[in-house]
Design a binder for this molecule. Structure first.
Ligand SMILES: [Fe+2]
Ligand SMILES: [Fe+2]
Length: 160
């Protein structure tokens, strides 16, 4: 599975610097699975969702797909720490990610739903309501499983 140089350029244009902020820097410090940072994980989910949408002509709006996928784990804390947030991370982090993302960015309804519903069906009341949200929900599960098994490598990435 590989994106072309041109597709990577398109993704970066959609991100419009979102991957170069101070908060994105924080995501590089937090570990998601194995040795993979939250930043590398979300980039992998961005690339896989974009790839599946393009290759299978699924027709989800690309800019919102990319932005929602990048912000889906924008919770900005280390979930491995002991304590309430660590124990119930799976359930609560989509809402926390959404709150953080809304403080920084103007999000569409579709982007908000992508973030809020990405852990579905673990969060039964936050269901994906669009093709884009289903795609991110699926890509997140594929990337997370890959990272948990392989531990050192993400499924997809882009330079910079
Ligand atoms: Fe997540
Ligand atoms: Fe995730």
């Amino acid at each position: 599975m590989k994106l072309t140089e041109q597709e990577i350029g398109e993704i970066k244009r959609f991100l419009d610097g979102m991957h170069q902020t101070e908060e994105a820097g924080l995501m590089k410090k937090y570990i998601q699975h194995g040795r993979i940072s939250t930043y590398d994980h979300v980039v992998s989910v961005v690339c896989l969702s974009f790839y599946l949408n393009r290759r299978f002509h699924l027709g989800a709006p690309e800019r919102e797909l990319v932005r929602g996928a990048f912000l889906h784990d924008f919770y900005l804390y280390d979930w491995h720490e002991n304590g309430y947030l660590g124990r119930f991370h799976g359930l609560h982090h989509p809402a926390i990610a959404l709150e953080n993302a809304q403080k920084r960015y103007q999000l569409s309804e579709l982007e908000r739903n992508i973030i809020a519903s990405h852990m579905w069906p673990l969060t039964p009341f936050a269901m994906p309501k669009s093709r884009a949200a289903f795609l991110v929900c699926l890509a997140d599960k594929i990337c997370s499983s890959y990272e948990t098994v392989v531990r050192r490598k993400t499924m997809m990435r882009f330079p910079g």
